[in-house]
Design a protein around this ligand. Sequence first.
Ligand SMILES: Cc1ncc(COP(=O)(O)O)c(C=O)c1O
Length: 445
Amino acid sequence: MPIDALPPTGWSRESVLSTLDGYRTGDANWKDGRTFSLVYYAGEEVKSLLEAAFLKCFSENALNPMAFPSLRRMETEALAIAAGLLGDPNAVGTLTSGGTESVLMAVKTARDWGRAEKGITKPQMLLPTTAHPAFVKAAHYFDVEPIWLPVRTDFRADAAAAADLLTERTVLIVGSSVAYPHGVVDPIEQLAALAQARGILCHVDSCLGGMILPFVEVIDGEQGRQMPLWDMRVPGVTSISCDLHKYGYAAKGASLILYRDRALRKHQFMSHADWPGGLWGSPSAAGTRPGGPIAAAWAVLHFLGQDGYLRLARQSLGAARAMMAGIAAIEGLRVLGEPDATVFAFTCDDGDIYRLGDAMEERGWHLDRQQLPPALHAMITAAHAPHVDAFLADLSAAAAQVRGLPAADDGQAAMYSMMGSLPDRGMAQELIVGFIDSLDDSAAA
Ligand SMILES: Cc1ncc(COP(=O)(O)O)c(C=O)c1O
């Protein structure tokens, strides 16, 4: 029976928890390496540390920085650690609730900076088509017009096309390291140089890559490989976002944004001195700032340390590269571009990739679907390392099963093909909104 009212009398603790467990039985099982997004699992030892640290600060609130100096201290220390990892030990920043909030703050800051410093009232930002949709959200919320920068055939932003897309109204150029869809780093040096030459801001979105690329660089360095700079080491990069709750392995609700200097960061803050409720100030989008995620993020950074992150990066990168090599060896399958770290997409040249996604689903592997071009997507962590061979064996069998078949007319595959091929993208957007709108009906079933 669906529950649709506050129970007249409270349930027992046992009933609450066993009902909750019942609800959870249909959830994705992420511990066995068969899902490829949403959860970044670094093992039971890390999970239990996160839980312990989270619970210690479970009730505390970083909204008032005077009330809980411990949270302020943990935030400052986590930011200092990130600043060192991301190429500018003098950078200043804020912890946020997630990548989306960090991106929202980057765009809000750029808008307010452009208004204050350049008198730009109708700002634009230049955005690779692969940038995370959090930027579209930010554009919409803050009324900043997105100008789309195409990506090259290697899926990296086409920096050569960027100059022609800048106008007197551009306040911000965005690059990703790594971009979610294909796991590649954009040419940050070129994008930042352009921003610097024009006297505008450049934000690097390292929400996904920020906590693994520093260690991938070490591993690649051992093998004589070097990737182009992707962080605040690059002159002209004015801010960078990095999620601790992805490859930082923190509890959900922990990301950060760093700025080159304090003057720029001030454009992120909000204050209101005339509220009867008191003198009010807020560093980011959130009001209440839960203590748990801050404590857990601080804890895991110290628990893992450089050696722990390097060990996990070795396992994740080893697994990702073994999977990519295995995929490339399967007839008809191809990895898109040359992924720089542990995130990649692959497609199939003689069959329907969405059909392949469904065939893998039947075998218990849950890969996310992509479009433009159609592909399957994977984010690899150490949790996948023991399952590489099983994954490749199933993928090989699934590829043989769908090889040469036309696009599917049922299952998820058909839905994705239909959505991807709708010429009217406005209609595609409406269908997505309709789907979100219907979720409460299906949840009550
Ligand atoms: C590159 C990038 N930026 C931003 C985000 C948004 O992060 P969140 O889901 O934590 O809001 C993501 C999420 O996957 C991402 O990959």
